[in-house]
Design a protein around this ligand. Structure first.
Ligand code: AMP
Ligand code: MG
Length: 329
């Protein structure tokens, strides 16, 4: 019988520091702690400081929950791309220390690809189009010709950053997405906003400027602006996702990234899929937001396929793109 791999995963690309353990396909622990603010947005050096402070505690909790020791694991995987450099460095240093101390192979995992792989595992989809809606990244990704290709993406900021920026402007803290969602529930009054789909790509900053101007004019209710912001940008994302499905002929849509927790976005995806006789899948919120389980799982897929990095050669890659990853597994 094939041995079930035991993999330790570390997530550290942005606001979240996490440690997870997975045995074969069975998650044993998925522990995380996220940097938040009550006002203002994410400051990379502050987030890195947060990671530094919590890393030992999070590792300890993950080991305790899964009842294993570091001697037992087969490999360590760490999210080394893409992300905020100060945050990536904390995770990388930590992973290298464990790798060297316990003489375990180390593997660098692309965070965006990991969102897709954990979604596939937990929803049992075979060949989905991924609508990846994160803080910094927003992309429509699908597997074609040996790689995860980007079929469409934001030309400026990620949809999470868009929501967080507006939230910050109107005095809500970080993360702002859930707060905007709560306010949106109080409205059904759509206020026209720019709609910026450009071919397969889309742009969000112009909409943000327009929203800020409308807010400053004091002619509109905040909840109406939150509702309209969601309706507009989610319609844009769903439009591009649908076009990618039509182009590739794929029949499964998978959502990933923290904004994927948004019930209204999920509802709009479902409607689009039903209309084109496709199926919509959303994994649990626990893996939609940044998490280490997806890093552990993707690392174990890579390890099985023979990928090995060493602590000496592995580095962070803050701007690596999804389609630069060679999919060997
Ligand atoms: P990630 O970078 O993938 O961890 O996602 C973080 C982003 O998800 C932040 O920008 C949050 O504001 C956003 N987010 C989390 N929950 C929700 C929600 N329910 N609705 C909209 N955005 C959300
Ligand atoms: Mg993410």
């Amino acid at each position: 019988m094939k041995k079930e791999l035991l993999t330790l995963g570390i997530e550290c690309t942005a606001h979240t520091f996490g440690v997870a353990l997975i045995k074969g396909k069975n998650p044993l622990a998925n522990i995380r702690d996220s940097y938040t603010t009550t006002k203002g947005g994410i400051i990379p050096l502050e987030a890195a400081k947060h990671h530094k402070e919590v890393k030992e505690k999070i590792l300890e909790q993950a080991l305790k929950k899964s009842r294993i020791t570091l001697e037992d694991i087969d490999s360590i995987s760490v999210s080394n791309a893409p992300g905020l450099s100060p945050c990536l460095l904390i995770g990388m240093k930590f992973a290298k220390k464990i790798s060297l101390k316990y003489k375990k192979p180390l593997i660098g995992v692309n965070h965006c690809v990991a969102h897709l792989e954990i979604g596939k595992l937990l929803t049992k989809t075979k060949d989905p189009v991924l609508l990846y809606t994160s803080g910094a990244n927003t992309q429509i990704i699908a597997f074609e010709g040996g790689k995860y290709r980007i079929f469409g993406e934001t030309l400026d900021q990620g949809v999470g950053n868009f929501l967080d920026s507006f939230a910050r402007y109107i005095g809500l803290g970080f993360p702002g997405g859930p707060k905007i969602y709560e306010l949106s529930l109080k409205s059904k009054n759509y206020i026209e906003l720019p709609y910026n789909v450009k071919g397969m790509d889309f742009s969000l900053t112009g909409i943000l400027t327009n929203l800020k101007q409308k807010y400053d004019s004091e002619k509109y209710l905040t909840e109406d602006l939150c509702y309209s912001a969601q309706e507009t940008v989610f319609a844009m994302l769903v439009e591009v996702a649908e076009r990618a499905m039509a182009h590739t002929g794929k029949k499964e849509l998978l959502i990933g990234g923290g904004v994927g927790c948004n019930i209204r976005l999920q509802e709009m995806c479902k409607i689009m899929c039903e209309e084109r006789e496709a199926k919509f899948f959303s994994p649990p919120n626990e893996v939609l937001v940044d998490n280490a389980l997806m890093i552990a799982w993707t690392g174990s897929l890579m390890y099985s396929a023979g990928v090995r990095n060493t602590p000496e050669e592995l580095d962070i890659n803050p701007s690596q793109r999804t389609d630069e990853v060679e999919v060997k597994w």
